[in-house]
Design a protein around this ligand. Structure first.
Ligand code: 13P
Length: 336
């Protein structure tokens, strides 16, 4: 087993998942504004430190993805954030893309940037304690989108990123996110997400990326937010498995879904069904941002020094997701 494969399995095995706490300062400021908390370095640290020192970290969270600001911060007791994360047996990850910018040649789509100087930044992040990384490509969906240009430019960037990350001794999370926004059907989402993922693996192979040392972070197959289509968790699971079985090479050890705007419960119920129906060898788990943090953030905002109360809310959510990652979740556990 290669070292990178070991890292990937350490993050994803036994129902463990990933906490995506890598919101950029601009995004975190929006999240804090939504609960009327001022966004400054100390408040961003306090909320994140509260989550990272929760009890559930040890049993449930295999890795935490950080933003550049957080990986350099220290807790009030003087340990670095990577040290705090490692103390629960979890691994530190880092978002290394520099965001999605307008894609020249396409009117509305985006291309994720951050390849310039990446080799040097990766060395720095490794020294700070990171052992895995994230890069998110983002795709609009409509009748004409994503365009071939967006599919191919983002796949190319993701693959070049992944090759550099493996060269630096870390596991790349490959995140091609087809957005939920729009009035498309779940069938459309299946078709377009399949094209996107398929192209990513074509480019990853061209760039000699060792797939055993990678993690895929895709969207689930869902109807567009404005489509009015209602489908069950069972159907979502079937479509999602269909997409992954047909487009992800079997050497990929695991898949960690993003939540992408689903509620906490939807993201949990859908992951649970995916695991009940999972007839592949892929580990299927979570790499959620909003679907792990929303309730905890709301509660914390009422009294930002209520560490224990906030951790209780977070621990509950994390445990529900870890049960879902084993197909053992059920609705009545939510109220227990
Ligand atoms: P959400 O789960 O909130 O979609 O965030 C996951 C993520 O890391 C997006 O890049």
């Amino acid at each position: 087993m290669s070292d990178l494969n070991k890292i990937a399995l350490q993050i994803l095995s036994n129902g463990k998942g990933i906490l995506a706490a890598d919101e950029s300062t601009a995004t975190m400021t929006k999240r804090l504004a939504s609960v009327k908390v001022h966004s400054d370095e100390n408040n961003r640290l306090l909320f994140r430190q509260t989550l990272f020192s929760s009890l559930s970290m040890k049993e449930c969270i295999g890795g935490v993805i950080l933003y550049d600001e957080t990986i350099r911060q220290k807790t009030t007791t003087g340990e670095t954030i990577p040290e705090l994360i490692n103390s629960s047996g979890s691994l530190t990850g880092i978002k290394v893309d520099t965001g999605a910018k307008v894609l020249a040649g396409s009117k509305q789509e985006k291309i994720t940037e951050g390849l310039d100087g990446l080799r040097e930044r990766l060395r720095d992040y490794y020294d700070l304690g990171a052992r895995f990384t994230k890069w998110r490509g983002v795709y609009m969906i409509s009748e004409k989108y994503p365009s071939d240009l967006s599919i191919s430019a983002n796949a190319h960037a993701l693959a070049r990123y992944a090759a550099l990350v493996q060269e630096a001794g870390m596991v790349p999370i490959i995140e091609p996110e087809v957005l939920m926004d729009g009035d498309h059907s779940a069938k459309d989402c299946l078709m377009k997400t399949s094209d996107v993922i398929n192209k990513c693996y074509e480019e990853l192979e061209l760039n000699n990326v060792d797939l055993k040392g990678t993690i895929l972070k895709p969207n689930m197959i869902l109807p567009g937010k404005n489509s009015g289509e209602k489908i069950s968790s069972e159907e979502i699971a079937e479509l999602t498995l269909d997409c992954l079985k047909n487009n992800v090479p079997s050497s990929v050890p695991g898949i960690a879904f993003l939540s992408g705007g689903q509620t906490e419960k939807e993201a949990t119920a859908n992951l649970n069904q995916i695991n009940i129906k999972n007839d592949t060898n892929f580990i299927m788990t979570y790499s959620y941002g909003r679907a792990l943090q929303q309730s905890a953030l709301k509660f914390w905002s009422k009294n930002i020094n209520n560490t224990n109360g906030t951790q209780e809310i977070f621990d509950h959510r994390v445990k529900m997701c870890t049960l879902a990652a084993q197909g053992k979740w059920s609705e009545n556990l939510e109220n227990s």
